[in-house]
Design a protein around this ligand. Structure first.
Ligand SMILES: NC(=O)c1ccc[n+]([C@@H]2O[C@H](COP(=O)([O-])OP(=O)(O)OC[C@H]3O[C@@H](n4cnc5c(N)ncnc54)[C@H](OP(=O)(O)O)[C@@H]3O)[C@@H](O)[C@H]2O)c1
Length: 220
């Protein structure tokens, strides 16, 4: 599959490593430009590109930049993507540590991924946000393995969600359908499923036990 990855840090870098290893055609971009991605490109065979080129022709685009950077992404970023592109949002809002105050989340009450959706101008599928970046390299297991962990996946576009779930299965993880994007608060930071290394039953239970309250520690 042709995959564009925007952000080449902990999560974008490791997804680049695993997706290229699986034979996908990966383009990857960061904020500083392709010349700074030479090492990652040599290691993985991914194509380093300018951010404006990252989504070109892509069937899947991964957004793996800090929440505060979303507003700085170029407009029309996803215009050149393949029809029906599945856009994966890996992001989390860390108001105190990193992102500052995002009014759409704190005042309007949008889920973090609705905010991403607004910023990139396309529907998104929320996945990987509660997964330790290192686990993407170290925890893949074949289907049916007793210690295979499951990742929650939320989004409104069922076709795109199916593409993402199938890709995650290929990466070595089970998935749990976590509902539409308005339900995706159930997998945001500070919920029981966030960072949980659980199987399908454990992830399903954790999603059900989540509270929609945004505690003061998670406000700017
Ligand atoms: N770390 C984890 O284990 C983990 C797990 C799940 C989800 N997440 C979430 O995933 C997101 C990314 O986290 P991370 O840990 O991967 O961050 P990170 O290591 O700091 O990497 C961020 C990447 O985004 C790029 N970037 C920043 N602003 C950009 C812009 N305006 N245009 C293009 N690229 C830009 C950076 O480019 P430069 O390299 O050029 O600065 C860098 O490659 C966050 O929302 C985080 O909460 C993280």
């Amino acid at each position: 599959m042709k995959i564009g990855i925007i952000g080449a840090g902990n999560i974008g870098g490791n997804l680049t490593r695993r997706l290229t290893a699986l034979g996908h055609d990966v383009s990857v971009a960061n904020s500083r430009g392709p010349h700074t991605l030479k090492e990652l490109a040599e290691e993985t065979g991914a194509t380093p590109v300018r951010i404006e080129e990252a989504a070109r022709g892509a069937e899947v685009v991964v957004i793996a930049v800090p929440e505060k950077a979303l507003e700085n992404l170029p407009t029309g970023l996803l215009d050149g993507a393949a029809e029906g592109v599945a856009v994966i949002d890996t992001g989390n809002y860390y108001p105190k540590q990193r992102d500052g105050k995002i009014l759409a989340i704190e005042v309007e009450g949008l889920t973090e991924s609705r905010w991403t959706e607004r910023a990139v101008g396309r529907p998104v599928i929320k996945a990987f946000n509660g997964t330790y970046a290192q686990d993407i390299l170290e925890r893949p297991r074949p289907a049916g393995a007793p210690d295979r962990i499951a990742l929650p996946v939320a989004g409104d576009d069922e076709a795109a969600k199916a593409v993402v779930r199938s890709l995650i299965d290929e990466l070595g993880f089970d998935t749990v359908d976590a509902g539409g994007l308005d339900d995706s608060w159930r997998q945001q930071p500070d919920t029981p499923v966030y960072g949980l290394r659980g199987n399908v039953a454990e992830v399903t239970k954790a999603l059900a036990e989540a509270s929609p309250e945004r505690k003061p520690e998670w406000r700017a």
